[in-house]
Design a protein around this ligand. Structure first.
Ligand SMILES: Cc1cc2nc3c(=O)[nH]c(=O)nc-3n(C[C@H](O)[C@H](O)[C@H](O)COP(=O)(O)O)c2cc1C
Length: 239
């Protein structure tokens, strides 16, 4: 039986309209800070970090798909990025990791609501080295390290109690200052991008979309394709 929506707010969802500020002067091709996407991303992320109301500017929605093409997505935190790609950390036995083991492709989406900006990234995904996972694991607060050891992420558990018991055992094992071993099943991934899109909402709903993609001669799109740096080209897409 379908659940009845009793909240008037939820019932009005189709009528919700948010007025976007006009930022048209900010996002013409000539105003891109760079002709490759990593510096452009840095510029937007830095603005997001300074914007009140964006508490986790590094939160991004990660999409994966199983071998048979069933998609799933969830939020993770971006932990570093650069010309090599975008990194996050997770559990290698989680659902996302199972997907990535059989289909090493991923998509990431950021949305910075107060700025009406979104960035979409598509690429291939690979594990970072064990040494890099060790380094980042030990930089995390002790409670986060214990949390990573406590949870066999995405497995079905009997109840919350199971986690509490495991955490207590680990606290007894490691005490206050003994170094906590990184579980083998916890580590990082690198998403190596081949498409990065920047979306800027505009007040007239004719939004701006600039997409960078790794140059591929067979895909060249004539006069609308701009030559970028580092093997990237970019184009404007219809919103
Ligand atoms: C804002 C936010 C940030 C999160 N960051 C992470 C993260 O960095 N790594 C992670 O494994 N899970 C993170 N999670 C939890 C995931 O969304 C998800 O529940 C978990 O990774 C299991 O996903 P899976 O079963 O699809 O593998 C975060 C959740 C939220 C809401």
């Amino acid at each position: 039986m379908a659940a009845k929506l009793s909240s008037p707010i939820a019932e009005d969802i189709g009528a919700m309209r948010v007025k976007y500020r006009d930022r048209s002067e900010l996002f013409l091709e000539k105003d891109l800070v760079s002709n490759e996407p990593i510096s452009q991303f840095k510029n937007w992320l830095e603005e997001a970090c300074k914007t009140p109301g964006i508490l986790e500017p590094n939160a991004m929605c990660l999409a994966t798909a199983s071998k048979d093409g069933s998609p799933s997505c969830r939020y993770v935190l971006l932990k570093s990025y650069g010309s090599e790609g975008f990194k996050f950390f997770t559990n290698y036995s989680s659902r996302k990791a199972r997907d990535l083991a059989e289909n090493p492709k991923a998509a990431l989406t950021f949305y910075w609501e107060p700025l009406k900006r979104s960035v979409r990234i598509e690429g291939s995904c690979e594990k970072v080295s064990a040494a890099e996972s060790d380094k980042y694991f030990h930089e995390r607060p002790r409670d986060s390290q214990l949390g990573a050891c406590t949870s066999h992420q995405s497995s079905v558990i009997k109840g919350r109690e199971e986690l509490d018991v495991r955490e207590k055992e680990l606290r007894e094992k490691y005490g206050e200052d003994k170094e906590i071993d990184r579980p083998e099943e916890w580590g990082g991934y690198l998403v190596v991008p081949h498409v990065v899109e920047f979306w800027q909402g505009q007040s007239n709903r004719v939004h701006d979309r600039i997409v960078f993609r790794k140059a591929d001669a067979s895909e060249a799109n004539g006069t609308t394709t701009f030559e970028g740096a580092d093997g990237w080209v970019f184009e404007r897409l219809a919103p």
